[in-house]
Design a protein around this ligand. Structure first.
Ligand SMILES: Cc1ncc(COP(=O)(O)O)c(C=O)c1O
Length: 389
């Protein structure tokens, strides 16, 4: 055990209810290469869990070290914790914006909810895609406001032209780039043209660009819309620490936008308040660009392995810019999912309108994917009669 790891465990207490491996990690599972290795992994009941776009490697070393260093008596002074302000200023400096251009939340989920509540109404529909991440749609439906759902195009990418047409007079457009679950991504020129076009033709319509997976984008044309969030009152960019930063269990996300635009979001719905340790870890992780490069490379290696394994079996996936792959398995997702679950591999839910043909598989560790691929091969090559059993 490394000295730093031993000190960390001594300082927080291994298995402590307050700082369990589960709590501090993205998932904490199979994290041998990382500081979490000596802590108790969560019991997944023997399942390989590749159904929720979590990160099996958890946070990087510097984030864990930041948690260790922030674990002091000062945690008793939580109402104006140093690390929270530092988190805001770090985000602002990365994007060259003021502190007032940033709001933070306990994950980006609350930001999506709040933005929908701030900008949608009976006469201001939500425009979203299918399939895409459904937080905004679910919130809009709970509010009882109209939702216009625009199917993805033939390449399974967001149909930018159809979304622009549907968005005239809308309250909010949810634009997930890269898109979950399809993994497709639009380059900056396309997204910027879409945003500027909409700002001109429907100036009252807000655009929420969800960049949850952008750290994984391998297409160099894919870029953050942060600069447009600073420039235009209609743009909000949402980011999360639940994916490449490996901190789903810590709950941290933020949004960028003009102060007025963000004020309406903050006033619409509770965003939660950041804890000292979360803020310290988030700040350290943002600064650790070397770790992010490693994380991106590891995800790409596992994605390429997984896509190639499906290709070898005769099934194609999209060119994923995410930590999940979306595969045309030529059969209902539920049948595949149930057959995999029977062999202790959990894969994604149904994603209409592709529930009869496609499955979403989150990328686990390379070891997990090797085991999972063996199960996929068994399930996908089973004869129809044995499949029915
Ligand atoms: C596209 C997208 N946005 C936002 C989220 C929410 O992430 P969190 O609330 O954990 O930050 C997710 C989670 O899966 C996601 O896929």
């Amino acid at each position: 055990m490394s000295v730093s790891r031993r000190r960390f465990i001594q300082s927080v207490g291994a298995g402590s209810a307050v700082l369990s491996a589960d709590f501090i990690s993205g998932r904490g599972h199979e994290a041998q290469a990382f500081e979490l290795a000596a802590m108790q992994p969560p019991d997944d009941g023997g399942f390989i869990r590749i159904d929720s776009n979590e990160n099996p490697r958890g946070p990087g070393r510097s984030a864990i070290e930041a948690i260790r260093n922030a674990t002091t008596a000062r945690m008793g002074r939580g109402y104006a914790p140093d690390h929270v302000m530092e988190f805001y200023t770090t985000v602002a400096s990365i994007y060259g914006v003021e502190r007032t251009h940033v709001i933070a939340a306990t994950g980006s989920g609350p930001i999506l909810d709040a933005t929908t509540r701030a900008y949608c109404a009976m006469d201001k529909p939500l425009v979203t895609a299918a399939p895409t991440f459904t937080n905004c749609e679910q919130t809009a439906r709970r509010m009882g406001v109209p939702v216009k759902v625009v199917p993805v195009d033939k390449s399974l990418g967001l149909d930018v032209d159809a979304m622009a047409a549907a968005a005239q007079g809308a309250g909010l457009v949810f634009f997930c780039n890269p898109n979950n679950p399809t993994g497709t991504a639009h380059g900056a020129a396309t997204v910027e043209k879409f945003i500027r076009g909409l700002a001109a033709s429907s100036p009252g319509t807000k655009i929420l660009v969800d960049e949850a997976y952008i750290d994984y984008a391998h297409d160099p044309a894919v870029k953050t819309m942060a600069a447009l969030a600073k420039e235009l009152p209609s743009v909000i960019v949402a980011r999360t620490f639940s994916k490449a930063h490996g901190m789903a269990g810590l709950r941290l996300g933020y949004a960028l936008g003009q102060p007025e635009t963000l004020r309406a979001v903050s006033n619409a719905w509770g965003l939660g308040s950041l804890g000292t340790l979360t803020a310290a870890a988030g700040t350290a992780s943002l600064r650790d660009t070397a770790h992010m490069a490693e994380e991106r490379a590891e995800n790409a290696r596992i994605r390429d392995f997984t896509l190639q394994a499906f290709r070898d079996m005769g099934f194609e996936g999209t060119n994923a810019n995410t930590n999940c792959v979306f595969i045309d398995i030529k059969r209902p997702a539920k049948d595949f999912r149930d057959a995999c679950a029977a062999q202790k591999v959990r894969v994604g839910r149904d994603f209409p309108p592709f529930e009869k043909s496609h499955t979403r598989i989150t990328l686990g560790t390379m070891d997990e994917m090797k085991q999972a691929v063996a199960v996929f091969r068994k399930v996908l090559t089973a004869s129809p009669s044995s499949r029915a059993q």
